[in-house]
Design a protein around this ligand. Structure first.
Ligand code: SF4
Length: 201
């Protein structure tokens, strides 16, 4: 399977002047999701008037696109960079996505995930994604911790849609009021206990 970044395909079709810019070459999740167009929004994109709408409209009309994901740039704690979104940029992207959901059927983001974008997990220890997934380097040599971003990620500014989606599920309350996250946590505790028993045996 060949995955090209959104910007490369757009530039090829529209020419460099017209194509909405894409910040990175190939989003890692795109390799796992054939038919998905994924944009990682940086501050530059968030501040460009009409950028998201233009991007979504283009990929909505593309017959080969099944799903469009929009993530936001996730900085490290204390990072000072041109890509980092301010709180106001972030609110604007969330509001734009909320508005565009209604007119972009291929946009894969739920209202619950948008609420997580507005209030992400406070730390890796509270992040369902970080606690339930194993991340390894591309050469399979190293574990990436505490989550796919590695290092000391700034959870308050997390823009990972996969993380937001999983957290939205964890925050969902089942009939009777039990949070799905409670079930995750019980399952993790049981898994750890079994692991300890196996080691001891
Ligand atoms: S996925 Fe996001 S919220 Fe979860 S640990 Fe990483 S940066 Fe924090």
């Amino acid at each position: 399977m060949l995955v090209l970044s959104a910007s490369r395909i757009l530039r090829r079709r529209l020419g460099p002047q017209q194509a909405p810019a894409h910040p990175s070459s190939t989003h890692p999740w795109a390799r796992r999701c054939p038919g998905a167009s994924i944009v990682g929004t940086t501050r530059q994109q968030a501040r460009r008037e009409g950028y998201l709408e233009e991007f979504l409209r283009f990929w909505q009309a593309n017959a080969d696109t099944r799903l469009i994901w929009v993530s936001m740039y996730t900085p490290q704690r204390g990072e000072v960079s041109a890509e980092r979104l301010t709180a106001a940029d972030r609110r604007r992207v969330i509001e734009e996505l909320r508005r565009l959901r209604g007119v972009t059927p291929k946009l894969g983001v739920t209202e619950a995930a948008l609420r997580v974008y507005a209030k992400p997990p406070a730390s890796p220890a509270e992040c369902t994604f970080a606690r339930t997934t194993e991340c390894v380097s591309a050469d399979l040599e190293r574990r990436i911790v505490p989550c796919q971003f590695g290092g000391d990620p700034d959870c308050a500014n997390c823009g990972c849609l996969a993380s937001a989606g999983l957290e939205a599920i964890a925050r969902h309350r089942l009939p009777g009021g039990i949070r799905v996250g409670r079930i995750f946590e019980a399952s993790l505790r049981a898994g750890r206990a079994v692991g300890r028993l196996r080691k001891a045996g």
